[in-house]
Design a protein around this ligand. Structure first.
Ligand SMILES: Cc1cc2nc3c(=O)[nH]c(=O)nc-3n(C[C@H](O)[C@H](O)[C@H](O)COP(=O)(O)OP(=O)(O)OC[C@H]3O[C@@H](n4cnc5c(N)ncnc54)[C@H](O)[C@@H]3O)c2cc1C
Length: 460
């Protein structure tokens, strides 16, 4: 290929360079794409130069934050990959409860900087995930019911637009761009700095429990019935999976399909009382609980889904009624075809997520209660079809009980277009914004919002 202004890329990695294969690796081992060139960016000027280079060379651009996107959207064949992994600095202003994080920061970087101050931004539950993709797509985690989504805490962003210019989006300057960055994904430019509002956190009470698969239907019904009236400080996350061989789980369940719950109460006091009633009629076969610092909770999920394994993820929101037929489908898929590493996650949100003003962000589906995600995981490429069929089949069979939209960050396949995800009005507004900041759709390695053909004028 031609290399028009190679010098403009400060640290390029080209096909054939010794570090090329390592640099194009992402979390999902299924993704094997070959960028034309990788621009490892250390600051905003590097990002701007890389975007200008891509324009000159006629290359599409993809952006890598933490590389954890389940669909591998950070990578595309023959595109220029902007790798933000050198940009992981986080500065905390504890007085004003704000953090400024680099575009390539991981959740661990953010939590590591904020929790010593007794503060945290609501983010996801696995600390190796990238803040960039997570925040731009929404960001659900343990603090979501209490405080809302990550994108609800984005107060400003430094963004490199498709023409290489740098803008600061905030409520005062480029407010429409800020609105789009709150849930519209990486469609509008490269965020080099995220300014995030922080919340007070201290010690938390955490219980891990497992129910045998035989009682899983009854347990999901209890979860369904209890959650709407629970306080926002209580968060539960369910997972159908094969029980790990750990001390607190009876040996007879090791390797067997179970329904596991992680229950979090956002205080050191009162956890057992707050959580105790939910499964009173269907107690777990085993459980373990303790009080821990918030930072420890944030790393609890690390290692469960290691980088490099092969993954296929499908996800959707389910109707509030969650009828017996839908629960039967979940239990059937958990009982049949659940491979050693695969999981079906079942979450419940609402709380602050649902209470947030619809107008302040592009994030859709705030009313959704239940979210289900099937994450098929395996090592051997010979199992690719089996993994895809299992996760795809679950979503298909849950079809009659899916509610509108889907969460762009959890899905390799949702069966929904970006227009379906955002709904007609929100999609039209996003599409108008896209036309203003990225009229040629340079940033298309995402759940893509097409630029509106008639709307490229004006300030975003
Ligand atoms: C193990 C695991 C656990 C997860 N847990 C949660 C969870 O608890 N809660 C939750 O909400 N989600 C969770 N997710 C989903 C996660 O939010 C998405 O996969 C997200 O895309 C990951 O972001 P990333 O920066 O690591 O991704 P990358 O693969 O680096 O990037 C994905 C896309 O995000 C965009 N992007 C990333 N950074 C930038 C930037 N700085 N500027 C512009 N665009 C950018 C680009 O469009 C890019 O294609 C999890 C995923 C995994 C694999």
């Amino acid at each position: 290929m031609t290399r028009p202004t190679e010098a403009a890329l400060r640290a390029p990695v080209w096909p054939g360079d010794p570090e090329y294969d390592r640099s194009r690796r992402v979390w999902n081992g299924m993704i094997d794409r070959r960028p034309a060139v990788i621009a490892r960016c250390s600051d905003t000027a590097d990002v701007s130069a890389a975007v200008r280079y891509a324009t000159e060379a006629g290359l599409a651009v993809t952006v890598r934050g933490g590389g954890h996107n389940v669909a591998g959207l950070a990578l595309a064949d023959d595109a220029l990959l902007i790798d933000l992994s050198p940009m992981r600095d986080v500065d905390v202003d504890p007085v004003n409860r704000l953090a400024v994080a680099g575009g390539g920061a991981l959740l661990a970087d953010l939590d590591g900087a904020t929790t010593p101050h007794g503060l945290a931004c609501p983010v996801g539950v696995v600390s190796e995930t990238g803040l960039g993709g997570l925040a731009l797509g929404g960001g659900y985690g343990w603090l979501a019911r209490k405080w809302g989504l990550t994108c609800d805490h984005l107060t400003a962003a430094e963004v490199v637009l498709a023409d290489g210019s740098v803008v600061r989006a905030s409520e005062e300057s480029h407010p429409e761009l800020l609105w789009g960055l709150r849930g519209g994904g990486g469609n509008f430019g490269v965020v080099t700095k995220f300014t995030l509002r922080l919340r007070p956190v201290g010690e938390v009470w955490v219980r891990s429990s497992v129910h045998p698969i035989e009682s899983a239907g009854e347990v999901v019904r209890a979860f369904r019935d209890a959650m709407p009236s629970q306080p926002d400080d209580l968060q539960l996350s369910g997972a159908f999976k094969r029980a790990p061989a750990v001390d607190w789980i009876p040996a007879s369940l090791h390797g067997q399909p179970v329904l596991a719950f992680t229950t979090v109460w956002l205080s050191a006091e009162g956890g057992p009382e707050a959580a105790g009633r939910i499964f009173a009629d269907c107690p777990p076969a085993a459980s373990t609980e303790r009080v821990m610092p918030f930072a420890e909770l944030q790393a609890l999920g690390d290692g469960a889904e290691p980088a490099g394994r092969r993954y296929y993820t499908t996800s959707g929101y389910l109707v509030d009624e969650l009828p017996a037929e839908a629960i039967d489908v979940l239990v059937r898929y958990a009982s049949e075809g659940l491979s050693t590493y695969s999981t079906i996650d079942l979450g419940y949100f609402r709380g602050a997520v649902a209470r947030a003003d619809e107008e302040t962000s592009a994030f859709p589906s705030r009313d959704a209660s239940f979210i289900v995600s099937a994450s098929a995981a395996w090592d051997d490429p010979a199992d690719d079809d089996r993994g895809r069929d299992w996760a795809g089949g679950l979503l298909r069979d849950l079809g009659p009980w899916r509610s509108e939209g889907s969460y762009v960050n959890y899905t390799q396949r949702s069966g929904r277009s970006a227009a379906d995800v955002y709904g007609a009005d929100r999609y039209a507004r996003l599409s108008t914004l896209k036309a203003k900041v990225d009229p040629t759709n340079m940033f298309r390695g995402n759940h893509n919002i097409a630029p509106h053909p008639l709307a490229s004028e004006g300030t975003p």
